[in-house]
Design a binder for this molecule. Structure first.
Ligand code: FES
Length: 249
């Protein structure tokens, strides 16, 4: 396949960015999107040019590091991570636009790399449980009803890639935050911090400058792990419950 790539190039956070056009040839339909970018970078390096900076780690769809807006869609045309997107989703002769996540809370570091540490700070605000030190407790010591375990697993699938923020017209982080809150709030192990968790994580999310949620639903559509939109309404319920409980004290 021969492709025209229009790639966002930006030297650093303070520099102005612009789209640069490149041609790549000999791309196999079996290559992943990141392997196609590797091919571009090898050519740029051989020509003595600066390779395109982009985030990646596991390349198996589990770490959430890869993050590209491809032809206007977070992670591109398939509902998967960028590293699991394959070139068979494109045609010979296509022009592909490649941009970083666009959100004020995710400032560009360089080219296609954005700073997603705002997510880390939301997790630090409440994404933990009180765990006594010592040996691991016996697995059946805390029974968890099956529906609750399944709900927790569903939310635990969030890999924190940020596609929800990139896809949201408001740049909101509600789907990510709700996945992290609900994952722990439905489990008995998460009960001691149930109220503080949701209040602190939502508070941190607001402090980071993410936009407000209007339930547009783009986040759930773009999420490569299928976190449902209902996750947000569940978190809102948790937040209201916690606010009332704190007000009564
Ligand atoms: S590189 Fe890990 S999810 Fe894509």
């Amino acid at each position: 396949m021969k492709l025209t790539l229009r790639v966002w190039r930006q030297k650093n956070a303070d520099a102005e960015g612009a789209m640069s056009t490149y041609q790549v040839d000999g791309i196999s339909s079996d290559m992943s999107f990141l392997e196609m970018l590797d091919t571009l970078n090898e050519e740029l390096i051989l020509k003595g040019e600066d390779p395109v900076a982009f985030d990646h780690d596991c390349r198996e769809g589990i770490c959430g590091a890869c993050s590209l807006v491809i032809n206007g869609d977070a992670h591109g045309p398939e509902r998967t991570t960028t590293c699991q997107l394959h070139m068979r989703s494109f045609r010979d002769g296509d022009t592909i636009d490649i941009e970083p996540w666009r959100a004020s809370a995710f400032p560009v570091v360089k080219d296609l790399v954005v700073d997603r540490s705002a997510f880390d700070r939301i997790i630090q605000a409440g994404g933990y449980i009180t765990a006594p030190t010592g040996a691991a407790p016996e697995a059946h010591a805390t029974p968890v009803p099956k529906p609750d375990a399944e709900l927790a697993f569903e939310h635990a699938e969030c890999i924190g890639c940020g596609a929800c923020v990139a896809a949201c017209p408001n740049g909101a982080a509600m789907l990510f935050t709700s996945a992290k809150v609900n994952h722990l709030n439905v489990l008995p192990q998460g009960a001691p911090e149930r109220e503080t968790r949701v209040l602190d994580m939502v508070g941190q999310m607001d402090a980071e400058g993410f936009g407000g949620c209007t339930l547009a639903g783009e986040c759930a559509t773009a999420c490569p792990k299928g976190i449902p939109l209902m996750s947000i309404t569940s978190m809102n319920k948790e937040w209201l419950r916690a606010t009332r409980k704190v007000a009564r004290k």
